[in-house]
Design a protein around this ligand. Sequence first.
Ligand SMILES: Nc1ncnc2c1ncn2[C@@H]1O[C@H](COP(=O)(O)OP(=O)(O)O)[C@@H](O)[C@H]1O
Ligand SMILES: [Mg+2]
Length: 340
Amino acid sequence: MVRVVVRNWRCIEDIEVDLGTVTLLIGKNSSGKSSLAYALYFLAKVVEWKDANNVLKHLYGVDLDGVVRVDGSGKRHYPIVIEVDGYRFEAHGKDRVESPRGSPWKSSYLLPATRVALTKIMQFVAVFARELLKRPESRAALPFMYGLFELVKNVPLLPPTYFFLEDLMRLYGITQYHKVKVGDLGALVEMFSPLIVLVSYEYTDLFTNIKLPLHLAPEGFIDSIIIQRFVERAREGSLVVVEEPEIHKNPLWLIDLVKNIVRISVERKLTLVMTTHSDILLHAVAKAVEEGRISPEQVSVYYLYRDSQRVWSRARKLKVYEDGTFEELPGVEEVVSKLF
Ligand SMILES: Nc1ncnc2c1ncn2[C@@H]1O[C@H](COP(=O)(O)OP(=O)(O)O)[C@@H](O)[C@H]1O
Ligand SMILES: [Mg+2]
């Protein structure tokens, strides 16, 4: 288990949690699930990039003054503290920052809730590039494709889009793109070919076996592919944050996906952190425990909550047992009483 402390970060005043190989953050909207998960990714990126405000520009489109906890009177509550396994980030002001020298992770990947939409945009760009290549007279437009990426990098469009793109490129070994000359089309196409292959990946219809291009696949399928590829290809010992893996999926697909990614996370010694609104996800992880794919000690489940008395996020640990049962999920009665 990896010990985590987060203080004065968005809606978190002071939270301590232990991360397992697989960690679930469950709770109502705005309970602070993503804030907690992004704090981990932020720490890993600060180690890599050094400049905390620049990381935040791409993560949230703001600087430290925008993520420090602000109360009802508008007061900012520095210091921000994010400590993971003894690696500590501390900020006493926007420009008074102490960053850690390392993090527990070899690399880090963020799968934001917008990932399917972003993949669709990439498919659009790939198809556009392919059509351009077919027409020699329009090749002059290609450098703009490259320019588009540079633009996303310098102007934080729709944060955290840039991180998703960069993590995806790293996943496919595309790391030297800065060095390719904008005019060198061959080198550019070669460099980006793994991504073009990914976005032009064929999809096989489950019932008829006919092959269709990936852009015709159901969104749940596309999302499952994205999540699975990241978990399979992430460097061993990495952090992988997945927001709401249940998006677009029937419970049956979600259960199969969870089965796979839990197994791979154990094999590849990942720290897989998932935020969710789905109790099916919790059941599926518990099932993986029951089937012996993962031990209960490697699973960490937290229920995050806030209310009008206690306005800052709290995290309550839920026990998962060897036999695949778990401590009752809070909040269920409230749902039942609204429905019946
Ligand atoms: N700097 C800040 N200070 C205080 N609260 C913040 C700050 N930034 C965001 N918030 C609040 O934190 C919550 C963010 O929740 P989030 O982590 O996205 O929740 P979830 O993922 O559980 O839906 C929102 O209610 C938002 O208003
Ligand atoms: Mg969220």
